[in-house]
Design a protein around this ligand. Structure first.
Ligand SMILES: Nc1ncnc2c1ncn2[C@@H]1O[C@H](COP(=O)(O)OP(=O)(O)OP(=O)(O)O)[C@@H](O)[C@H]1O
Ligand SMILES: [Mg+2]
Length: 245
């Protein structure tokens, strides 16, 4: 059997001796959509970053296509970063770069030979997908939190990744902007892309997730498939309560 696309094996994360993720095991198959849910401060963002290889477990290990992320070569790391994109909870745009530059940096990193014209087209396409309408020549600090989210989303999509990690990507957006970004992810799911997301929005979770994994106090407290939570109203209620704490 093929290795899962992403896997955490008994992964813990203890910065400065404080354990924030504690022995989490999680396997994400190719084409699967997994929702990480749970109360604030429970460790969802940290589990997402561990799975995406943005941080390395203090104990246990994280794998991409069966490769231990901590031991990957530079070429493997580049391939991994080109394939798996991340939308940060706080957008995490490069503050001293324009919006255009924020989107061009991944293209220049991964496709150094790309012509300026194609780069421009890719930037325009990615921004159109998120619905961003402001100037490309301003800096992130000139944007609202919601507008920054749109740019963060576009930046993640610009490499046309086959796997996407999203951390509360619809928060601080109005309903129609949030709907646009949910629909964009729905399309990626239909195309067979792998999606791992954190959300507090049960409507979005029910719409997208093949599997829900609840993280409480840094541990997996529950894992349920779509069938399980769709057919069991007590379980669905329990999950909804766990999300809204
Ligand atoms: N590098 C770090 N150093 C110290 N503490 C950290 C670090 N990373 C995370 N934490 C702490 O770990 C806990 C879990 O954080 P995390 O951001 O993963 O939670 P979360 O479930 O995503 O919360 P929220 O729903 O509020 O976004 C928090 O108390 C946070 O302050
Ligand atoms: Mg978080």
């Amino acid at each position: 059997m093929d290795a899962p696309l992403f896997e955490l094996k008994n992964a813990s994360f203890s910065p400065q001796g404080k354990t924030v993720v504690d022995g989490v095991s999680l396997a994400v198959g190719q084409g699967e959509t997994v929702a990480l849910v749970g109360p604030s401060g429970g460790g969802k963002s940290t589990v997402l970053k561990l799975t995406a290889g943005l941080i390395i477990p203090t104990r246990g290990a994280a794998f991409w296509r069966g490769l231990d992320i901590a031991g990957m070569s530079r070429a493997q790391t580049l391939a991994f970063r080109r394939e798996a994109a991340f939308v940060f909870q706080d957008s995490a745009l490069w503050a001293n770069q324009s919006i255009r530059q924020n989107l061009e940096i991944p293209l220049k990193t991964h496709f150094a030979a790309m012509h300026a014209k194609e780069r421009e087209e890719r930037v325009a396409k990615a921004l159109a997908e998120s619905g961003y309408r402001r100037s490309l020549d301003i800096r992130p600090a000139d944007l609202s939190m919601g507008e920054q989210k749109l740019v963060g989303f576009s930046r993640a999509m610009i490499l046309e990744p086959s796997a996407v990690f999203l951390d509360e990507w619809t928060e601080s957006l109005d309903e129609s902007a949030a709907r646009r970004l949910v629909n964009a992810i729905k399309r990626k799911k239909k195309e067979g892309k792998t999606i791992v997301f954190v959300s507090h929005n049960f409507t979005v979770i029910k719409e997208l997730a093949d599997r829900i994994v609840m993280i409480v106090d840094g541990k997996v407290s529950l894992s349920a498939t779509r069938e399980e939570f769709a057919n069991d109203s007590t379980l669905a209620q329990y999950i909804e309560q766990g999300i809204s704490v």
